[in-house]
Design a protein. Structure first.
Length: 362
């Protein structure tokens, strides 16, 4: 085996170790070095797949760092490399994986139409292969998340059910791979206000992740975040705070205090403190969450709209109604640009703004 390829593989293994430990900067540097050292004069599909695996690692680093456009660019490059080869079972398997991840990155970046196109293509490739049910499940799971994001809750349920059936049939009903589906279903139930139904789903996700051979720290932190939101929806604020503060500590330990996931926990804690009546603490959390999310996502992302809308509610409750109306207007503009006027989030924000405006006019 050529020395360059051996060196590239060793660097890539080190990059994967750094990625698993949360050292994104080192993981990215090592993966880039691995990719540069991999010989480029081998035109075979096997060589291209090895190149794609390194590109996928770079995409994972970019995604974890919330550099979503960079992640999408890496994944597009990987898809292009694979599409240069004729259809085959192995080529289609890898292309389905790449397109699933591309669709998810595009969704997170707010490009929902492009995300849907990539995910449908991924699902079709995986289904026609027939030998990779878990990749088909992954595509359905990603389609479910996209449907939830765009407000099509029945379609989200359909895709989650398809993914669950495939995983249970392949791996059994207690497979750790089911954790993400229980997590996503809990999130879907939460967004519809079905908190009692959501709680057993998220607790099942936690149980599956904690029972795995290698407990998934990031997954557990994400589950604790959803559990906190679900408990808050039931009015169990002290339990919710405990769950979210544990998740916050885990994310800060994994990625540092300025990471996107830290902002997610800060936003959740802000909402819980507001509901519990501690408005000053809520204000501090909202400001920190908004600052981190604007720096990681940009000012026009849908998640900025969500923080602004909730922050507006707090400022109105604190008596700063004029400021609240301004924040509502910014949030509404983001929701309308991302979703249009008929999406549940757009209508919710417009309703809140109208009620606040009526209150100030009295």
């Amino acid at each position: 085996m050529p020395f360059g390829r051996m060196r590239a593989r060793r660097l890539h293994r080190l990059a994967l170790n750094s990625l698993a430990s949360g050292d994104m900067q080192r993981a990215g540097l090592l993966a880039e070095q691995a990719l540069r050292r991999l010989p480029t004069n081998d035109p075979t599909l096997g060589h291209v797949i090895e190149r794609v695996t390194m590109i996928l690692t770079l995409a994972s680093v970019a995604d974890a760092s919330r550099h979503l456009r960079e992640a999408a660019d890496w994944l597009t490059e990987a898809a292009t490399l694979l599409e240069d080869f004729p259809n085959s079972a192995i080529r289609d398997t890898w292309l389905a994986e790449v397109l699933t991840r591309l669709g998810d990155s595009l969704r997170q970046a707010g490009h929902h139409g492009e995300a849907l196109e990539a995910l449908r293509h991924a699902c079709a490739l995986a289904e026609q292969n027939g030998t990779e049910p878990l990749r088909t499940a992954g595509a359905h799971n990603a389609l479910g998340i996209l449907a939830k994001t765009t407000g099509d809750y029945p379609r989200a349920v359909h895709h989650y059910a398809q993914a669950r059936l495939l995983i249970e049939t392949t791996l059994g009903t207690d497979a750790p791979e089911l954790a993400s589906l229980h997590h996503n279903l809990a999130g879907l139930l939460h967004i519809q206000g079905l908190y009692l139904k959501a709680e057993p789903e998220i607790r099942t996700a936690l149980e599956l992740r904690r029972g795995g051979r290698l407990p998934d720290r990031a997954g557990i932190a994400a589950d604790l975040s959803v559990l906190g939101a679900v408990l808050a929806g039931q009015g169990r604020f002290e339990e919710a705070k405990q769950s979210l503060e544990t998740a916050l500590g885990m994310w800060e330990s994994l990625y540092g205090p300025q990471h996107y996931e830290v902002a997610v926990q800060l936003h959740n804690l802000a909402s819980i403190h507001q509901e519990a009546g501690d408005l000053d603490a809520a204000n501090v959390y909202f400001v920190r969450a908004l600052d981190i999310k604007e720096r990681t996502l940009g000012g026009s992302h849908v998640e900025i709209g969500e923080v602004l809308c909730n922050f507006a509610s707090l400022r109105c409750e604190q008596g700063f109604t004029a400021e609240g109306l301004m924040l509502y207007a910014k949030a509404l503009a983001i929701f309308e640009a991302c979703f249009g006027p008929d999406h549940p989030k757009t209508q919710m924000c417009a309703g809140r703004r109208s009620r606040a405006a009526m209150a100030i006019s009295k």
